[in-house]
Every structure is written in C-alpha cells, then in structure tokens.
Design a protein around this ligand. Structure first.
Ligand SMILES: Nc1ncnc2c1ncn2[C@@H]1O[C@H](COP(=O)(O)OP(=O)(O)OP(=O)(O)O)[C@@H](O)[C@H]1O
Ligand SMILES: [Mg+2]
Length: 276
C-alpha cells in the first residue's frame, strides 16, 4: 500500500468511499488463517463493494470474529491476500498500519471505552494522540459525532454513568471519528440488555444509509434481514453461503445454513423445519 494514496484523519481523500465507484472496499483472495495447527479461516474468497452493508452470521467458533479482525490487522493472514480499495493491505506496520486503521473503524462487543475518560474524550482521543489535532477542535468533532448517535447531552459523562446502549453508541462515534470508509462491527449488540438493542440498531441503520461500507458480525437477525444488502453464512472457517437477506431467510440453500436458521429463528423447535 502506498502511503500517498491513503487518507488520514487530517486529510480524508483518496481512501474515502465514493458511492459512484464500484471498487471493492474489501477483497479476500484465498485467505487462510491458522492459530498454531488450527486452521480457523480456510481459503476464503470474498468481495465487499464500496457502500455495501454485509451481515456475517454463523455458529460460535465458525471464524466470524477472526474474519473481520483480519481486515484491520488485529490478526495477520497466514496465506492469501487481502485488498482494501483494490490495494494490497497486509503485514502493514507503523504509519501504514495507522493509516489503514484510520480508514477502517472497528466496534467491539464489549465497547472497550476508557473508564477514566469522558464520552467526548474517548471519541476524540485518536484525533489528538494519533493525528495531532488540537484538543478543542478534536472535541468539537467528537461532540458533533455524539450528537449524530443521539448523545449530544452526554459528552461529559464517563462510561460508568452511561447505559450499555449509550456506551456502545459512544464506541460507534469513536469508530467514526477518523471518517473511515469502512466500519467493522463484532456482535455490537450481544452484550446489551434487550431493551437497549434497538437504540444501537437504529444508529447502525442510519449509518448504513450514509454510504459507508459496513461488515457486521451479528446474531441480530433483524439487522441481517432489514438493513443488510447481503448475508454471509460461515461455518468451520469457510463461507458456506452468501445471499440477499430475503433469499437467505426464506430459501437457505446449504443444509448447515438451514439448520442454523432453524435454531436461531425457532429455538423451541430446533428439529421440525417449522417456518420454512
Ligand atoms: N487468538 C487465538 N488463538 C487461538 N485460537 C483462536 C484465537 N482466536 C480465535 N481462535 C479460535 O478460532 C476459531 C474461530 O474463532 P472466532 O472467534 O473467529 O469465532 P466466532 O465465529 O467469532 O465465534 P463466536 O460466535 O463465539 O464469537 C475458534 O476455534 C477459536 O477458538
Ligand atoms: Mg466472535
């Protein structure tokens, strides 16, 4: 990856998404990942277009988190190639890795906010520490983003003064602070009480309309069904099925996907095939 073609938070440019161009925001070419002898991602080919919203689902241990962690190099590829905006992007270090992560936001299941920082300081931290922004300018941007996720009045609150749903919305604002073209979510609603899931999904729905590329690992079938452009089903480190949501939910093709959906959609009737 060439440095002069990557945006920074200070100068968003070429690496930003462009709705008109159908570049591949993310492309996997025969990617495998092993932990020791254990191959957890196997020969994955995947193309996610710029602006596309993809839901990734599958049973526990199927490799969903590893798949998205490979994209922003929280894990390294064992074999194969990953391209970001059609440029090879792996084994990056130093400034190039920072620039990759500037372009790719990540939202974790457990929020991962700093407990000793206010919401606005959590959001603005990267701009100040990594990109050298002046504190007042960075905080102004943080407050604008907090407003965008419905937390304009919580900028000075600490994480333990916020509900789980509010903390996750702060984490989403933080992931957006560098104007990424791509945002990755790893089960963003799984740690939330049921009544807080909706407020986070609504923010994600707004984001999906903005043209950003989203890859979302989720058990939240309403997200996959109503917001995603495409659903990817994984098992055993492989992508077994990719389909538009309607096709995936009404006419899953792979027997493993059929069994998975049966269990997820009809947990009291895991065997009967009811509802298909
Ligand atoms: N750092 C690691 N070291 C060793 N093995 C790992 C590591 N991270 C993940 N694995 C293994 O890789 C496989 C895939 O894990 P991964 O976390 O990607 O699955 P997942 O689909 O996200 O599961 P879940 O739905 O439970 O989050 C699992 O067998 C897991 O134990
Ligand atoms: Mg996971």
């Amino acid at each position: 990856m060439q440095q002069d073609t990557i945006s920074t938070a200070a100068s968003p440019a070429v690496f930003s998404h462009s709705p008109a161009a159908k570049t591949a925001a993310v492309e996997f070419r025969q990617v495998s990942k092993s932990f020791g002898p254990h191959e957890v991602i196997r020969n994955v080919d995947l193309r996610v277009d710029s602006g596309e919203v993809v839901a990734v689902c599958g049973p526990s241990g199927s490799g969903k988190s590893t798949l998205i962690r490979l994209i922003n190099q929280l894990e390294s590829v064992t074999r194969g190639e990953i391209l970001i905006n059609d440029q090879p992007a792996q084994n990056l270090k130093g400034a190039a890795l920072r620039q990759l992560r500037t372009h790719i936001g990540f939202v974790f299941q457990q929020f991962n906010l700093y407990a000793h920082l206010t919401a606005e300081d959590n959001v603005s931290l990267a701009l100040i520490k990594v990109h050298g922004w002046k504190k007042n300018v960075a905080r102004e941007k943080a407050r604008a983003l907090l407003g965008r996720v419905g937390l304009g009045d919580k900028a000075l609150h600490y994480p333990d003064e916020l509900s789980g749903g509010q903390q996750q919305r702060v984490a989403i604002a933080r992931a957006l602070v560098t104007d990424p073209g791509i945002i990755l979510f790893d089960e963003p609603t799984s740690a939330l009480d049921p009544e807080m899931i909706g407020e986070v999904l609504l923010v994600m729905q707004e984001l999906a309309k903005s043209g950003i590329t989203m890859i979302v690992v989720t058990h939240e079938m309403s997200f996959a069904r109503e917001i995603a452009d495409r659903v990817i089903f994984m098992d055993g480190g492989e992508i077994l099925e990719q389909a538009q949501p309607e096709d995936f939910f009404l006419r899953p093709q792979h027997p493993r996907a059929q069994r998975f959906l049966q269990k997820v959609l009809f947990p009291l009737h895991p065997q009967t095939g009811a509802g298909r």
